[in-house]
Design a protein around this ligand. Structure first.
Ligand SMILES: C[S@@+](CC[C@H](N)C(=O)[O-])C[C@H]1O[C@@H](n2cnc3c(N)ncnc32)[C@H](O)[C@@H]1O
Length: 213
């Protein structure tokens, strides 16, 4: 069993600007740990990328398992992500960018593991572009899908031939519709890798991979 990354370098002041790890974060860790043998045996990953790393808890955990990079729209989070990695003796690169802007074409079909715990809460569309960084960390707009829907087309460009994409969603995000879209548009297969109830919110980790047949 791999330990949850040590986050005791992060102060309550930091959490005024950076998303504090919560049930969704820990479900992500559980799902990655559950899939570790698959990742090691079938993928032998070179490039792992997390979008929206927050404190860097998920990336650092993945680094403990394997290695690599993160992106974030929030510069405070990029800085904390790097600190969390160093604090846990992990090497990773972090950049401040919107989703994966600037990473293509360099990473075109080169990412072996892509992770995103997105802003998924159902809100108004205005909230998605809030100037409050914490609100922006969870506000997902209509159906909580407005940020999620922007990343789906990029997955096809980013993933390597046997790469995998892990996405946290809640039932309000209409996971079946997301899976159907990934199949219809890009022929990605999918499954629910992990799920749990957090209050009234049903959280799921979806796993996507290219259809090989
Ligand atoms: C639900 S939080 C998850 C944070 C962290 N990965 C975790 O699991 O604790 C979503 C994160 O995505 C970031 N984010 C939101 N929109 C983004 C965008 N367009 N590009 C990159 N990151 C974004 C937020 O700032 C926030 O840190």
């Amino acid at each position: 069993m791999f330990p949850t990354p040590n986050l005791d370098h992060i102060t309550s002041n930091d959490y005024e600007n950076v998303y504090e790890p919560a049930e969704d974060t820990f479900l992500f860790l559980d799902a990655l740990e559950k899939d570790i043998e698959f990742l090691k045996n079938n993928i032998n990953p070179c490039i792992c990328l997390e979008i929206g790393s927050g404190t860097g808890c998920v990336s650092t955990f993945l680094g403990q398992l394997l290695g690599d990079g993160t992106t974030h729209i929030n510069p405070y989070a990029t800085a904390i992500t790097v600190k969390t990695a160093i604090h846990n003796s992990i090497h990773l690169d972090a950049i401040t960018t919107n989703l994966t802007s600037g990473l293509l074409p360099r990473l075109y079909n080169n990412v072996d593991i892509l992770c995103f715990n997105p802003p998924y809460v159902v809100t108004s569309s205005e909230d998605v572009n809030s100037t409050n960084l914490i609100e922006r960390a969870w506000a997902g707009g209509i159906d909580g899908r407005e940020v999620i829907d922007k990343i789906l087309p990029l997955v096809n460009d980013l993933l390597s031939s046997n790469g995998v994409f892990y996405l946290l969603v809640i039932s309000d995000n209409k996971p079946d519709e997301i899976c159907e879209r990934m199949w219809n548009d890009y022929k990605f297969q999918s499954k629910i890798l992990a799920s749990r109830l957090a209050g009234r919110e049903k959280q799921l980790i979806l796993k996507f991979w290219r259809n090989q047949s």
